[in-house]
Design a protein around this ligand. Structure first.
Ligand code: 2E6
Ligand code: F3S
Length: 325
């Protein structure tokens, strides 16, 4: 028997419909917008090159675009020459980094997201009150290194899982508080906090939730679409914590999900048997990459788009004064 359509690749034919459910909110958050603008304004104000310590946000397209404008990305301050300006990435830095920049009299601009800085200040306050901080986050992530580096060593302990809580050496007599990374899974973090509060009823919670508005809104949005999709594509980088969490959320809804950096990463075979495809983007992924994905899918299928909106966002963060004066 003949196949119903002449197929270029399994599951693909320009006459076969593909319904796209596009999550909103998705993509850039206010902290990412601000961090990118900081690098662009620093280039305008100081001329190139401007050094950036760590990827300004975890996205190759963003980093490459800024490189093309004259930014040089390095991992550590010792790679920055004495006479060059340097921007610290949106993820934040330990206190030792601005201290070293000041010692070397470097001109620096801090692009740490204000919502990460808020967690930094809370950490300082908790230490001033004599509390030992249990910090919920993922080991090795730059934000975790930055936040843990706000307080003296030995006064903050990383907690990654519910199992870690059971292994903590503290007692119910210890002065404890907790904080978290801004880009965690809302559901996993709730469980970890419950475990902490079960084991340490005296533990002091942060004044407000540390998981940021953008992280929770993007997770809620992908949760809303995933149930009705055969596959969810998340545009984001493998080192982007908030993007990885979106893949997890979709998978926990029982839907296959894949992280892609660019449209070219999509294998045509993935669309086999897929009638409805969910699409979202992490907080560091530009909308241009979403359109690129829709265009690529349209090469293979008769695409119809529906935007599913679960929240409106209007957050804007002020730029550092040194770039606006
Ligand atoms: C800074 C803080 C939080 O890996 P992560 O999700 O933290 O970072 P990006 O760069 O993917 O997202 C933006 C961001 C910056 N989130
Ligand atoms: Fe800030 Fe949240 Fe974006 S912490 S950089 S607003 S993902």
């Amino acid at each position: 028997m003949n196949a119903p359509f002449p197929s270029t690749a399994a599951g693909n034919d320009p006459r076969l419909p593909l319904k796209l459910l596009i999550a909103a909110p998705r993509g850039f958050c206010a902290g990412v917008d601000r961090a990118i603008e900081i690098v662009e304004r620093a280039l305008q104000k100081y001329g190139s090159p401007v050094y950036v310590r760590h990827e300004i946000v975890h996205n190759r397209y963003v980093v490459d675009s800024l490189k093309a404008k004259g930014a040089i990305f390095v991992e550590e301050l010792d790679e920055v020459p004495d006479d060059a300006p340097v921007v610290f990435s949106a993820h934040g830095v330990p206190k030792s980094v601005p201290a070293e920049a000041e010692r070397r009299k470097l001109l620096y601009v801090d692009a740490t997201c204000p919502l990460v800085s808020k967690v930094h200040r809370q950490a300082e306050r908790q230490i001033e009150k004599g509390q030992h901080i249990l910090f919920i986050g993922h080991a090795g992530h730059p934000e975790v290194i930055g936040t843990m580096g706000q307080v003296p060593e030995g006064q903050i302990t990383l907690v990654e899982t519910v199992e870690d809580v059971a292994a903590l050496p503290f007692t119910q007599d210890d002065d404890l508080s907790f904080l978290s990374q801004t880009t965690l899974s809302v559901d996993d973090t709730r469980e970890i906090i419950e475990a902490l509060q079960d084991r340490y009823p005296q533990i002091v919670a942060p004044k407000a939730e540390d998981i940021c508005y953008a992280t929770s809104n993007r997770q809620a949005a992908v949760k809303e679409i995933a149930g009705g999709c055969d596959l969810v594509l998340v545009i984001g980088a493998p080192n982007s914590s908030n993007s990885l969490r979106l893949v997890e959320v979709a998978e926990r809804m029982g839907t296959d999900s894949r992280l892609i950096q660019r449209a070219e990463d999509i294998e045509p075979e993935w669309l086999e048997g897929v009638a409805t495809l969910g699409l979202t983007a992490g907080a560091s992924a530009p909308e241009k990459l979403v359109r690129e994905v829709v265009d690529r899918l349209s090469d293979w299928r008769q695409v119809s788009e529906e935007i599913i909106t679960t929240a409106e966002e209007n957050m804007v963060f002020k730029l550092p004064r040194q770039l606006t004066e």
